[in-house]
Ligand binder design. Sequence first.
Ligand code: CO8
Length: 258
Amino acid sequence: SSSFSTILTETSEDIGMISLNRPEVLNTLNIRMVEEIVQALEQFDQDPFIKVIVLKGQGRAFAAGADIDEMMNKNSIELELLNQFTVWDRITWIKKPIIGAVHGYVLGGGFELALCCDILLSSDDAEFGFPEVSLGIMPGAGGTQRLTKLIGRSNAMKLLLSGERFSAKTAKELGIVSAAVPNEIVVEEAMKLARLLAQKPSLSLRMIKESVHKAVDLPLFEGMQAERKNFYLLFSSEDQKEGMRAFKEKRAPDFKGK
Ligand code: CO8
């Protein structure tokens, strides 16, 4: 949409792509940019023709963190009243799969944005890290929570307390990214995966995504109850009937997304 000034959006068939576009400052996330990213996510989420969303950065980085210029002179009360993280919270409500294709610097708030993606693919030259500690602050957009739930307390402590940058190879070993591939093909790989997911019945994708999020948030028993309800719900979809009928008839299913 042309109303955005800090990001680019485009569609490729049923895939929506969002590109962070302040390359001259390594896509540092100012308030405007976060608002635009979230608006674009919501627009794609509401668009019936879009099935999967890909998020990436233009230039030599995914994002080098929050905009230090914008933060440096703020005080606690200004931040409390600004309440900027409610915008971030809206990412939690996006129902369609978000695939992050990251490269170059993935730091601070940029890393937190990457951790909001459902699947992360990385270029093999990407550098990750939470440098906040060296600025006298700490992550504020979910970094301490999401990273810890993803890789466990000990590894998260080391990375968050030291602020050290680490490689895509380490990110792969820690399970932060599902693959690290050459820079030239990271977006292509993300699109390939997006196209694969886009062929699946979208209600299944939706219920699976929701259930995996519950697994992160809830105790096992409650997560199991939530999973079961979503499982039952899918038996009201036409795609469930079609999927199983196609299996029996030994033909390819024709999913309608309902
Ligand atoms: N904020 C503001 N400007 C930045 C930032 C940033 N985070 N990162 C880079 N820039 C600017 C540089 O100042 C520079 O501008 P100029 O040309 O005017 O000097 C331009 O981007 C290019 O950067 P460099 O010249 O420094 O490029 P290098 O390749 O030499 O270095 C680095 C790249 C290593 C990424 C380096 O720029 C760097 O260390 N950047 C800061 C990284 C950082 O500390 N990030 C964490 C910020 S704090 C944070 O994210 C808190 C999150 C809290 C919640 C999120 C709310 C949105």
